[in-house]
Write a protein that binds this ligand. Sequence first.
Ligand code: PLP
Length: 386
Amino acid sequence: MIPLYLDHNAGAPLKAEARVAMLDALDRIGNASSVHRFGRAARRLVEDARDTVAALVAADPAGVIFTASGTEANNLALRGFPGRSVITSAIEHPSVLAATPDACRMPVDHSGVVDLAALRDALSAADRPALVSLMLANNETGVIQPVAEAATLAHSFGALIHCDAVQGPGRIALDIAALGVDLLTLSAHKLGGPQGAAALVLADDIDPAALIRGGGQERGRRAGTENVAAIAGFGAAAATSSQDLSTAARQTALRDAIAREICAAAPAARIIAEDAPRLPNTLCVVMPGVPAETQLIAFDLAGLAVSAGSACSSGKLAASHVLRAMGYDESEARSAIRISLGPQTGDDAVERVVAAWLSLWLKRAGGTDKRDAGNSAAEFSYTANQ
Ligand code: PLP
């Protein structure tokens, strides 16, 4: 059984171009802040990467602040304007939610799309200039948010707007000016770069207070010696990201074929946000009554790497806060898995995912899986309701 990786929203495989760039950088000596030729060569790698990361979102390279993670970039954006009141949506990534404990949370509708009327109300009610944070696309459901509309609204109230665009690159075209946002978060490992490199991209004239101080790196906005190899890998992955966009239609077709076949055989299955604009690669599906951790184990035994909607803490999966915000009940929000495809995902993913899903579902229902499950789902032995 060949393992199949269908968890690209958690982290994409490292691209060959990124690996080459990183190995080259690792073989060099020196600190990018040093004045000598070694330092200058390291600096060149960082600045080249800054150019390509900026180009990925059509931004000015001077506005790119490299960080160690998307989580850090989100924290920098949201804690960098202490005088402002913060408004976010209820479905943001935990790195946004935890950074803004006192924020006003905008609700979403049953399709997972943020309620812009609630944003208008929150902006009207704010007693200080606001900072709005709205993600580009949700990591669990893939639902794309009306960021440009939110930006227009935010600016009409004198607010700033940040967008966590971590799940966007390679899946939808990105342009910071077209989105109209003031700050935008990217993370290398979601687009085929390495873990440990990310960026907060600033529009003109935006200047968040530094979270990490003690050095002049990143124009004093993020102190600490740069991770040159990781940044070089980020730049190389960003440079090839537009190629991935050409696979979007194919990924959408695979995603929809999986959903169609599961629902045809198991009408009780629920596809989350089926009618909403979604990332081409992301499918979130509820298997009613079957906890997500049970599904993950069954999928893993079938050689398929997928994720539950929400993160695991202390070995137990919490109900997805995203699905809860969309109005799903606790049981449904505990029974969803996310299948996230990548540019290289082949047609075989459809048959294998559908076989694994139905095999578990039919066992659970006490029936026998009469389908030809191939060499995947048929191989695992699983006791339902364990
Ligand atoms: N924002 C979103 C939407 C994400 O999906 C993730 C990672 O899963 C992050 C932020 C955090 O990025 P990182 O893993 O680089 O800290």
